[in-house]
Design a protein around this ligand. Sequence first.
Ligand code: PEP
Length: 249
Amino acid sequence: MRDQIVAGNWKMNNDQIQTETLLERLKTYEIPNKVRVMVAPSFTQLSQSKQLLNGSSIKVAAQNMSAAPSGAYTGEVSAGMLKGIGVQIVILGHSERRALFHETDVHLAEKVKAALASDMEVIFCFGEELEDRKAKAHFDVVEKQLKNALFDLETSAWKKIILAYEPVWAIGTGETASPQQAQEMHAHIRNLILNQYNPSVADEVSILYGGSVKPNNAKEIFSGADVDGGLIGGASLDAEDFMAIVNAF
Ligand code: PEP
């Protein structure tokens, strides 16, 4: 049985005080046993978040990571540095990293390998742009993103991979893929993995949906047979909304 996961991507939000306020609120909720819950604060709040969540089942993820282990990479943070403060999960390939910081599939393949070499879990984000969907190229675009960044991994590496399908046109826009569009794409993704690997890898990998998931649409989106949870941006900044989504399975 694969994991059901809800991960909150805080992006560049929540300073020291806001982090404490939000995490203290999240800690007052009971987390359903069957759901893995994660939050991804900024680098500067990772240690604080780890401390505040000590004893809670909510896990802390980083939003990005360098492919390099150390050296002359001003402003970057390595897998070893994250592991050193107990962070074992990293989001890679978010569409904002791809669009604003020019991260390509080639960079991302390197980052994924570096994270896995440090035994970290990776939430790998990918998804098509609006023009791709309009041109009916969305299945091909997603296939290429997965092939370029992940399909030369060993079978065993997939234990540490969580996929997050995030159609770019639905991120932060208030527009979501319909539950049918999400399920259709997730089934396609699982099938690609089946063809490249084997039934157990395909069955066991969790595929999250991301793009304007809110308390009022989460249940329907998560009802898709191949939708195993969500990567949540805006709604993860509000404890009540985030926990409503955590409880939407
Ligand atoms: C995201 O940033 O990954 C995301 C899905 O954002 P939002 O939920 O705000 O669309």
